[in-house]
Design a protein around this ligand. Structure first.
Ligand SMILES: Nc1ncnc2c1ncn2[C@@H]1O[C@H](COP(=O)(O)OP(=O)(O)OP(=O)(O)O)[C@@H](O)[C@H]1O
Ligand SMILES: [Mg+2]
Length: 369
């Protein structure tokens, strides 16, 4: 599957754009603020029906304009599909496949899978644990709908239990029978969630490790651990043991909603001790392992969008990455860079099929090579 053609009207800093892409590597090169990432975002829209960056749709309309239109032509096993996204200010977003409008956007998501690797991935390291849980849950729920259902139910029960704890606290009452009803459900869903997460990590961790070793040429050892808020305890015992504390703080302090992923490099905290390039390599390996999972589950190679990956990576690591994504295990790739010469040089040296677009203030032109 690949994006053959993209046309844009009034999206972010583009009044108009039209481009035909290579099946393999496509580069958007240009100075800061010219619109390289905006092109990636337009592609992201066609896959996820939304911006990667700005969740307020209307803010993606070019300033002082009344609408935007994005159109993509995808080719999948010889078949062409036209995807249309249009938004007028103060109106509902329209999404169409082959001119037929979707009733629900969720019908579209997943048909043209895509993985975006961007500087904001650093939040996985620097942000709070819910960002890491969302990463984990996001991958699993893409291929396991039962998991998603359990997660939704768990969240619902958790909300009820927390509301009850709060109510007890405010009214200075307590009723163990009522809370036990919620506990039983929480334990039931929670156990399954934990089990599925651990099962998933059993497959994911070796993949992640092999990507890291490849990019870094085995210069350092990385690890990824699941931090279980239950400790060694069973969920039921943990819930009973933590009840006094839960009542005092009036929310549930143990369970999968409190678990975390611990990232380490050579045994030390990645956030505290690793260099920026090592952190970047770690994030790349995480996202590439995610790519691999989606690929297996969808039986198609997702589009891979690499925004500013050059930043912080040395040439050796970047070359490894470029070689890897050019191989047959990967499909179409879009890369942004501020230096046209270096990427062009690398691609030509490795004889990788590519198209390079020079991006300048809301316009992008193909360089003929
Ligand atoms: N709704 C909008 N209307 C007009 N311009 C916009 C809109 N949203 C963003 N922009 C402009 O897009 C430009 C940023 O584009 P983009 O993020 O794609 O740059 P870039 O080429 O990736 O730069 P860098 O190398 O710094 O990452 C900014 O000048 C910003 O003002
Ligand atoms: Mg950018």
């Amino acid at each position: 599957m690949y994006l053959k053609q993209l046309s844009i009207i009034n999206f972010k800093n583009y009044a108009e754009f039209e481009g035909q892409f290579s099946k393999k590597i496509n580069c958007f090169v240009g100075n800061n603020g010219m619109g390289k990432t905006n092109l990636l975002d337009a592609i992201h829209y066609l896959s996820f029906c939304k911006s990667f960056f700005n969740s307020i749709d209307s803010q993606n309309i070019k300033h002082n304009e009344g609408f935007f239109v994005l159109q993509g032509n995808f080719e999948k096993s010889g078949e062409h599909t036209e995807v249309y996204c249009g938004l007028k200010r103060n109106q509902k977003k329209i999404f169409k496949k082959n001119k037929k409008e979707y009733e629900r956007l969720s019908e579209h998501i997943g048909q043209f899978p895509l993985v975006m690797i961007s500087p904001s991935d650093a939040d996985l390291i620097n942000g709070s644990s819910d960002i890491r849980r969302r990463f984990l849950d996001g991958i699993i729920s893409q291929y396991d709908k039962v998991y998603l259902d359990k997660l939704i139910s768990y969240t619902h029960v958790l909300k009820q239990r927390n509301a009850l704890l709060k109510q007890f606290y405010e009214s200075r009452t307590f009723d163990s029978e009522t809370i036990e009803i919620w506990d039983d459900q929480l334990i039931n869903y929670g156990r399954s969630i934990l089990e599925i997460r651990l099962q998933f990590l059993k497959h994911f961790i070796p993949l992640f490790n092999s990507y890291y070793q490849f990019i870094s040429e085995s210069k350092e050892e990385v690890a990824l651990h699941y931090e279980n808020s239950l400790g060694e305890k069973d969920f039921k015992t943990a819930i009973i043991t933590s009840l006094a504390r839960d009542r005092a703080v009036h929310y549930t302090t143990v369970g999968p909603h409190k678990d975390d992923l611990e990232f380490t490099l050579d045994g030390f905290s990645l956030k505290k001790f690793a260099s920026q390039g090592q952190q970047k390599s770690y994030l790349l390996a995480l996202k590439l392992a995610q790519f691999e999972f989606i690929k297996e589950q969808k039986n198609t190679k997702p589009l891979l969008l690499l925004d500013d990956v050059y930043d912080k990576l040395d040439e050796e690591r970047f070359t490894k990455l470029l070689e890897m994504v050019s191989s047959d295990s990967f499909g179409q790739v879009f890369i942004t860079d501020t230096h046209p010469e270096r990427i062009e040089h690398l691609l030509n040296k490795k004889q990788i099929e590519n198209k390079i677009f020079i991006v300048g203030q809301g316009s992008a032109k193909l360089i003929e090579t």
